[in-house]
Write a protein of this length. Structure first.
Length: 322
RNA sequence: GGCGACAUAGCCAAGUGGUAAGGCGUGGGUCUGCAAAACCCUGAUCACCAGUUCGAGUCUGGUUGUCGCCU
């Protein structure tokens, strides 16, 4: 691991809630800097999921190179370390070509992991059965029972994870089983980690009411653009409704509709509220993410060119770009 | 004009004499191998007035409002 100041790769980070205009700002900035976009989005990695993920179109890319989009089929899974590996490859390519990487996206967890290079351990593959076994315990004996097990081996983690959060409890137990170390100790180390990128970061912000209006409008546009048909196509292509990709907002709701569980109007209403909730969670995450300068997009008339222009100025001031 | 029903938090909605379930939304938050996921926290004195009662959202009368039916 390189930690010398001089060797840290320079980069730009653009974060923000859904529909805040990250993608267009990133493209605008890359056109000014000759940079490339690295998408930090957990769902745009999937091919054939374009409308519902608000993926940038070929035209919108305006010739700017985009990484980490369309890298998997919708029936595949991507763990955080898989994503990190793909991001590392993209970063290496940028470095080799002397291109400024612009990391833009709304998946805070992925973004953080790429910027800090957190260690998630090795995916042994053998844990598949362990995970299933723990899941079974949770279902048969209850979430509390599983939590008690964690309490026995890692009281610290047990104290910080709510018993109902079975996913996390399982992961903590799994980590202990595989490494013999409590995950709480590991997490403590990871929290001390410094960024491995020398970056200038921005957080796009907007008045809550306006953001919600924007989200509602975007969902309407998705419907007009044929989101229902896109989801129908995925299902008829054999993608299982339980696939990770189909848990995305905009997809799981339409699946419900196509399965006759609700009306199409209800599905789209659910997409709107789901998106609002998501935006809220994103804001919560980014609020505590260090190194992000807040940008009120209304102050720039929500114009990607103006925002990118400001970013360019700040990037230069910070010495990211000379 | 007459008859009947109903009025509980932003919305839906339990509760029918002992000091207000729940769901949704809203707001806040957690987060280190599924993260657009998973999970946690968050509100009212019951339309108004007057009675009965030790005690009323819950009973009685009136007022206002809403809905339905009838002439």
């Amino acid at each position: 691991m390189q930690t010398d100041e001089g060797t840290r790769q320079k980069a730009v980070v653009i974060a923000g809630p859904t529909a805040s205009g990250k993608s267009s700002c990133a493209v605008a900035l890359c056109r000014m800097t000759g940079g490339a976009v690295l998408s930090m989005d957990s769902m745009q990695i999937y091919r054939h999921m374009d409308i519902g993920t608000a993926k940038v179109t070929k035209e919108e890319m305006q010739g700017v190179r985009h990484y980490l989009i369309d890298i998997l089929n919708p029936d595949e899974n991507c763990s955080i370390s898989d994503f990190q590996a793909a991001a590392d490859a993209a970063l290496a390519e940028c470095r080799k070509n002397g291109v400024l990487p612009v990391l833009a996206g709304g998946t805070g967890f992925y973004l953080h992991a790429v910027v800090y290079g957190n260690d998630f351990g090795r995916d042994t593959g053998a844990d598949r059965t362990l995970r299933d076994r723990l899941q079974t315990i949770a279902m048969e004996q209850g979430a509390e029972a599983l939590h008690h097990r964690l309490e026995a081996v890692d009281p610290e983690a047990a104290a910080s994870i709510h018993p109902n959060n079975v996913k996390r409890v399982i992961r903590a137990l799994e980590y202990y089983e595989e490494t013999g170390r409590p995950i709480s100790a590991h997490n403590l180390e990871e929290k001390r980690r410094m960024p491995r990128l020398d970056f200038a970061g921005f957080l796009l912000q907007e008045d809550r009411a306006r953001l919600y209006e924007r989200i509602n409008r975007r969902v309407d546009m998705m419907r007009e653009a044929g989101l229902t048909e896109e989801v129908r196509g995925l299902l008829s292509a054999g993608i299982m409704p339980g696939a990770t990709s189909l848990q995305a907002i905009g997809y799981k709701e339409i699946v419900q509709y196509l399965e006759g569980k609700c009306t199409e109007d209800e599905a789209y209403e659910a997409i709107r509220t789901g998106s609002r909730h998501y935006a809220k969670r994103q804001n919560t995450w980014f609020k505590r993410e260090a190194g992000l300068e807040r940008i009120d997009i209304d102050a720039f008339d929500c114009d990607p060119e103006k925002i990118a222009g400001y970013m360019l100025q700040r990037i230069k001031e910070k010495g990211i770009l000379t």
